[in-house]
Design a protein around this ligand. Structure first.
Ligand code: ADP
Ligand code: MG
Length: 451
């Protein structure tokens, strides 16, 4: 019967579908009118049940007349070593593995992989020059996993530039509609799982689980450097999966050739698919990312503020995002609009950490330029207001923007006394209080120097 039924199925669903899903079915016991069919993994079982369950039942009923119910169960193909060390053929396993044990195994499968963050999608990923290649590769893998030339996909780049985001996006895209089984985990978790499996003498099961997925994604592979046993295990898993036509996606902070401490054979295999790097962000990309996130939040963030942030926080997207989120939370909490001033206040600590070191010379140069005096007048003895005022502004800014002491600042301004510097700071602050146009000028200068 089975030969006739599987032949029918093959013509109905096509050779490819048949080979992918249905060929793995094996016949189980028949009990009165209920027939058991086995599939090697839980994923396959669920898939076949969902897609072909009804049809299978119809076909069996039509063919035999007496099979009324089809029960799909998981049964591993390989022989399994039982607790007492006896090697059992596959056919006997189902009898021994009873319900509670099977439930436990199922739990392990579900927490084998980390859940995917639903916010990390292709749609929410902002594409620009620095990441367009990595993005295109990720999209390609999500559309057509295991394409030649794209397996493995190796994504690398600095911290917070979107590697994890892209991996989750691939995973979400592929699991949507239950088309493919995806396991995503950090290299750290991989190692932890592997060690736990050794301890509980279940490495076999661990391997089975890993090797039953269609797409395996390992994040932050640099974590495996120096962990030789785990690397070895990963290498074998990697080979088994690639040989079986499954897709591997790996991320790291460096390219395969720069990951010193990785076994050569693993390095070689990692580099033989597609290697895509994510470069540091550009100002343009940072602006686009901020615009997208501000828009999504529904809070109005002035362009001036976005530019300010994109200037100040250049290291990674996570921090940029964190800064913006804090601004938005603040605006929501207090119902006040976001301004440049409130931004500087709210993000005081973050901005301080990102302060570029401004030198006193730089301050002198910019101030002299702005107020149209000669740079030498910063240290000259001239006391004319047109010269003395900008000089005081420069001293004030030196105090605001650098960590120099008053005497140190004084020395840079023609060996003036620290009391002169203190006096300059007080006069400028007082003048800024009285004259808002002047205050604006000085603040603008300060912002320019800070960015
Ligand atoms: P990595 O894994 O490279 O360290 P992540 O993927 O964790 O970096 O990204 C850090 C944060 O920045 C995440 O919240 C992510 O959504 C965001 N992010 C990074 N790049 C982009 C981008 N191009 N568009 C939108 N968000 C991004
Ligand atoms: Mg990451």
């Amino acid at each position: 019967h089975w030969a006739a039924i599987s032949g029918r199925l093959k013509t109905e669903v096509g050779e490819v579908e048949y080979r992918t899903w249905l060929r793995q079915i094996t016949l189980g016991p028949l009990d009165e009118d209920e027939l058991v069919l086995f599939l090697p993994t839980r994923f396959l079982r669920d898939w076949v049940r969902g897609q072909y369950g009804d049809r299978l039942q119809q076909l069996w009923q039509g063919e035999t007349g007496f099979v009324r119910r089809i029960e799909l169960q998981v049964q591993r193909n390989k022989a399994v070593v039982a607790d007492d060390g006896e090697v059992m053929p596959a056919a006997r396993i189902e009898a021994v593995v009873e319900e509670p044990v099977r439930a436990a195994a199922t739990d392990k499968t579900s927490d084998l992989a980390a859940p995917l963050d639903p916010r990390f999608t292709f749609d929410s990923f902002v594409v620009g020059k620095p990441n367009e290649f990595a993005y295109a590769c990720a999209r390609r893998v999500a559309e057509k996993p295991s394409s030649p030339g794209f397996n493995p996909l190796f994504l690398y780049g600095g911290v917070g530039l979107g590697k994890t985001h892209l991996m989750h996006a691939i995973g979400s895209e592929l699991t949507r509609g239950g088309r493919v089984s995806v396991a995503y985990m950090s290299a750290e978790k991989f190692m932890y799982r592997f060690i736990a499996a050794i301890r509980s003498q279940s490495t076999m099961e661990f391997k089975e689980q890993l090797r039953s997925v269609d797409v395996l994604m390992i994040d932050d592979l640099q974590f495996l450097i120096g962990k030789d046993n785990t690397q070895e295990e990963f290498f074998h898993t990697f080979n088994a999966l690639v040989d079986a036509g499954r897709q591997i996606v790996v991320s790291a902070d460096k390219s395969p050739s720069d990951l010193s401490g990785l076994e050569d054979r693993l390095r070689t295999r990692l580099g033989c698919g597609m290697v895509a790097d994510i470069h540091a962000t550009t100002f343009e990309l940072r602006i686009s990312i901020l615009e997208a996130k501000a828009l999504a939040s529904g809070v109005i963030v002035p362009a001036k503020v976005l530019e300010f942030l994109a200037h100040k926080i250049t290291s990674n997207v996570r921090e940029l995002e964190g800064a913006l989120n804090r601004l938005i939370a603040h605006a929501n909490l207090f119902g006040r609009p976001i301004t440049l001033e409130s931004t500087q206040e709210v993000l005081h600590d973050i901005l301080k950490a990102h302060d570029r070191r401004v030198t006193i010379e730089e301050i002198q140069r910019k101030v002299a330029e702005h107020w149209n005096i000669r740079l030498t007048d910063m240290s000259s003895a001239r006391r004319a207001r047109a010269v003395a005022r900008p000089r005081q502004v420069a001293m004030y800014l030196a105090k605001q923007l650098t960590s120099r002491s008053l005497p140190e600042i004084g020395r840079k301004f023609g060996n003036r006394d620290h009391t002169t510097v203190m006096h300059a700071c007080k006069s400028i602050a007082a003048l800024m209080e009285r004259d808002s146009a002047f205050a604006e000028d000085v603040e603008l200068m300060q912002r320019m120097l800070e960015s």
